[in-house]
Design a protein. Structure first.
Length: 243
């Protein structure tokens, strides 16, 4: 069982500005495929990823392939092979696509061929300033940066947020391809995307994990999606998911 787990999180707690936003989070991420991290707005999904990355003060146990990483500084965690694609993409708007990618290269053998194969559109736009890309293209840059390095897992936060449906499908396809090379922990509010991509899902409510299991089983349970994810079965958000 342990051999199949790439990231093991036990009793993770974290506070922001004196308020506990991650209460007691425990889950495993399998070493293959995409695992969804789900929950209503403000339950602590982003904070959980930031705590794993050491970007906010945290307590508890986090193991990458069996080794503790919860005491390490962020750059060391990244150096161990935890790639992070943050919620707001955070591309350098004034730099070109090629410059954005070059700045992300960490090891001696950046996987430029893999990135070029996955994102031909970025190759075509390598001289374009990232700030002039569409939201979807900026998301591709953000994912491509993480894929350039030999990561052991990617933490990807709401990659389809604010994108047009056609672009959502493109980003989903890119993630599906990426997941063939590296396991992904994916925060995603678009349940169609979750259904398409995720094998397992972890549901957070009130800063704690309240459910884990196959993603399809959670999505097929209208009571659970309404109660824990804040959506109707028809996929329309109850409480302003885009806020
Ligand atoms: N910098 C901050 N200062 C104060 N409170 C914060 C800060 N960042 C997050 N919080 C609070 O921490 C809680 C968890 O936020 P977090 O961003 O982790 O939730 P989330 O599940 O990612 O939400 P969303 O679905 O809206 O992205 C929220 O109540 C939020 O208001
Ligand atoms: Mg968030």
């Amino acid at each position: 069982m342990t051999a199949d787990v790439i990231l093991r999180v036990r009793g993770l707690r974290a506070s922001i500005a004196g308020q506990q936003v991650v209460e007691d989070v425990t889950f495993d991420v399998p070493a293959h495929g995409i695992t969804a991290l789900l929950g209503r707005n403000g339950v602590g999904k982003t904070s959980t990823l930031r705590a794993i990355m050491g970007l906010i003060q945290r307590h508890g146990e986090v193991r990458l392939a069996g080794e503790r990483i919860d005491g390490l500084l962020t750059h060391r965690i990244a150096g161990r092979g935890v790639g992070y694609v943050p919620e707001d993409r955070e591309v350098f708007a004034g730099l070109t696509v090629a410059e954005n990618l070059a700045l992300a290269e960490r090891g001696r053998h950046p996987r430029r061929d893999l990135v070029a194969a996955l994102f031909p559109d970025l190759v075509a736009r390598r001289a374009q300033r990232a700030g002039t890309l569409s939201g979807g293209q900026q998301q591709m840059v953000s994912v491509a940066r993480a894929l350039l390095n030999e990561n052991r897992i990617l933490l990807v936060d709401e990659p389809t947020k604010g994108l047009a449906p056609k672009i959502v499908a493109e980003v989903a396809e890119a993630l599906e391809e990426a997941a063939k090379t590296v396991p992904i922990l994916l925060v995603e509010q678009n349940l169609e995307v979750v259904r398409r991509l995720a094998g397992d899902a972890v549901v957070i409510a009130g800063g704690r994990v309240v459910h884990t299991g196959p993603a399809a089983a959670i999505l097929d349970d209208p009571g659970m999606t309404r109660r824990l994810l804040g959506v109707h079965v028809d996929g329309i958000p109850l409480d302003g998911a885009d806020a």
